[in-house]
Design a protein around this ligand. Structure first.
Ligand SMILES: Nc1ncnc2c1ncn2[C@@H]1O[C@H](COP(=O)(O)OP(=O)(O)OP(=O)(O)O)[C@@H](O)[C@H]1O
Ligand SMILES: [Mg+2]
Length: 251
């Protein structure tokens, strides 16, 4: 029997009722990698992630995760299968403590022992979770909140972590920490699918790069291939040249 592919998009067509946004997306995401999706505003990157996590229901096509078609399944079912998306907007409960927020991430897990063990590992990976455990989440800066959101998603012990523009609004130092954390989550065995406006840094980090244009995959290859594709460079990476010169060397 041939190996079952890890995660595939096959002819995915999806939108919001006013015409199709994804116009037939074919894509293969390999297990254990970091796949970085780049492309112009409005090209459908967030829609692609939402289709994966079940927030948008494709009207045609399939998304297979280890042989299971995700299309038509609820976001909760998809979470249970091990695919967890960190929301793009601030999603912590501001009046609850950092620790309470992180613990909430384990809502699908009943075993207190398992929860305690995961929390221990997460506190080691994210010092902020330990240091600010009893502070209200709303008192943290935006970047600190982003890290707590990452920490919370790990409480579900996901196989696939889906991140929509995790670098948005972060200062250079927090940005580096965020990218390093993505790498660490990946090294811990999680497959990462991320959309990154900060295309240069995202592609440097990625094992696979994908350029989405007008709802279709324009180019897919290794992160380095996409990064060094001259046409893609001119079209999509130009905007971050300045950034690359000032902050991009660290990535
Ligand atoms: N909830 C929604 N309802 C209706 N249309 C939407 C909705 N969300 C997105 N769209 C439309 O779908 C298209 C693709 O949006 P999407 O958010 O997927 O793009 P994107 O590539 O993530 O862009 P950006 O880089 O700006 O985040 C856009 O034309 C957008 O207006
Ligand atoms: Mg988007």
């Amino acid at each position: 029997m041939p190996d079952i592919p890890f995660l595939t998009f096959e002819g995915v067509i999806a939108g919001y009722g006013g015409g199709d946004v994804l116009k037939g997306v074919d894509l293969e995401v390999s297990a254990g990698g970091i796949t970085c999706i780049v492309g112009p505003n409005g090209s459908g990157k967030s829609t692609l992630l939402k289709a994966l996590s079940g927030l948008v229901k494709p009207r045609q096509g399939a998304i297979h995760f280890k042989g299971v078609n995700l299309v038509g399944r609820s976001p909760r079912e998809i979470l249970r299968l091990g695919i967890v998306q960190v929301p793009q907007n601030h999603s912590l409960f501001r009046e609850m403590t950092v620790q309470q927020n992180v613990e909430l991430g384990a809502f699908l897990e009943r075993d207190r022992g398992v929860i305690a063990e995961r929390l221990e590992r997460i506190r080691a990976l994210f010092p902020i979770v330990a240091e600010r455990a009893d502070d209200k989440a709303g008192s943290l800066s935006g970047g600190q909140q982003r890290l707590v959101e990452f920490a919370r998603c790990l409480m579900l012990d996901p196989q696939v972590v889906v991140l929509d523009e995790p670098s948005m609004g972060l200062d250079p130092k927090t940005l580096r920490l965020m990218f390093a954390t993505v790498r660490q989550m990946n090294e811990a065995g999680r497959t990462i699918v991320l959309v990154e406006q900060n295309a240069r840094q995202g592609l440097k980090l990625a094992s696979t790069g994908v350029v989405l244009e007008n709802g279709r995959v324009r180019l897919a290859g290794s992160g380095a291939e996409v990064l060094h594709n001259p046409e893609i460079g001119a079209l999509y990476l130009g905007g971050s040249l300045e950034e690359a010169a000032t902050g991009g060397q660290h990535g």
